[in-house]
Design a protein around this ligand. Structure first.
Ligand code: AHR
Length: 345
């Protein structure tokens, strides 16, 4: 078994670090080079570069799985297409990498290629999103966010906000700009909103996918405004789409903000990575953001080190995340019996 040059014991669930990585640069996709026997070769199939969250996640992986840390990282960008990712995984298998790290675009359709990796005795670590496979033994472990919990936090915040402002549920008219359909982040966040709308009696007008990108968020919001004249809450399944949606709302001559009984359109969102969205949250243009933490590089490194040491890491490794709002109206929320402070962005 190859040795890792530098072994650092890292607790899997590190305390949450504030995301934010504007200055880091994603390195070019690289090819397998002649590498020292001391390095572990890891094939990383990243799903794309659709958002600031994604780019920060890629940089975190590249920094953690660096040569200095004992790794030869082969990075492939799937351009948001599962077919590209399947090709990348097959290429990693052919190259005989030591580990495959997969950030899957969508949940279904992975059984065959993951079985090929298992047949080749290459352990697979999932990062961020999950796969829906009949045999969970097809991957070693997963690290990422509880996307439905993130949604429960945002909807608990909206419920507390509307109670305190005496806004009755039938006066809350929501549209959901969804992420990429079939991805774990979309599934969890969409489900959380649908459940809350049913439970609290909110008017969930419609849902449409903006594919997690700013441009599509803008496009979808402009179309929604044309189709519905009573929208007063926009639930965006990530910050990049929220930035695009805010642009569309303002271009249509409407005001973004929390005074929804007086004509404002409230925007709530997810991630807390992009500086512009955090500024919008400070200004009250985005009323609430549930953090989605992208800094998985050190966690994946710790999982590989555990596997190298012959250990069996936990199958599912969740990261802790926070909730942000600058509106001085809800101090904390309670979800599934746990209280979360609402923090300044
Ligand atoms: O899967 C995580 C999600 O994917 C992030 O919320 C989003 O910004 C990204 O594109």
């Amino acid at each position: 078994m190859k040795k890792i040059a530098v072994f650092t014991a890292i607790t899997l669930l590190l305390p949450v670090l504030l995301a934010g990585c504007g200055s880091s640069v994603i390195k070019e996709e690289n090819k397998v080079e002649t590498v020292s026997e001391e390095l572990l070769t890891v094939g990383f199939s990243q799903l794309g570069a659709e958002s600031d969250w994604r780019n920060t996640n890629t940089v975190s992986m590249q920094e953690a799985l660096s040569k200095e840390n004992g790794f030869n990282l082969v990075y492939k960008n799937g351009q948001q297409k599962q077919a590209n990712q399947i090709t990348a995984v097959r290429m990693f298998i052919q190259q005989g990498v030591d580990y495959i790290v997969l950030a899957p675009a969508t949940e279904t359709g992975w059984d065959i290629v993951l079985a090929e990796a298992r047949d080749a005795n290459i352990p697979v670590i999932l990062v961020d999103r999950r796969v829906d496979v009949s045999d969970k033994g097809l991957y070693s472990c997963w690290v990422g966010s509880d996307f439905e919990l993130e949604s429960k936090k945002v909807t608990a915040w909206l419920k507390a906000f509307s109670d305190r402002r005496n806004i009755s549920p039938e006066n809350i008219h929501i549209v959901n700009i969804q992420g990429s359909i079939g991805s774990t982040a979309q599934i969890g966040r969409t489900r959380g909103l649908a459940n809350a709308a049913r439970e609290y009696g909110w008017d969930l007008l419609t849902e449409a996918s903006g594919d997690f990108t700013e441009n599509k968020g803008r496009e979808v919001m402009a179309a929604l405004l044309k189709g519905h004249d009573n929208i007063n809450v926009v639930y965006c399944e990530n910050d990049n789409m929220a930035i695009g949606a805010i642009d569309a709302i303002e271009s249509a001559g409407r005001k973004v903000g929390p005074n929804i009984l007086n004509g404002d359109i409230m925007v709530v969102s997810f991630d807390g990575v992009n500086e512009q969205s955090l500024d919008y949250c400070r200004e009250g243009k985005i009323s609430c953001i549930a953090e989605c933490n992208p800094l998985h590089g050190p966690r994946v490194r710790a999982l590989i080190e555990a596997l190298q040491a012959g250990e069996t890491p936990e199958k599912f490794n969740y990261v802790d995340e926070r909730i942000f709002s600058s509106l001085d109206i809800v101090d904390n929320i309670s979800v599934d019996g746990i209280t979360y402070d609402v923090e300044e962005p």
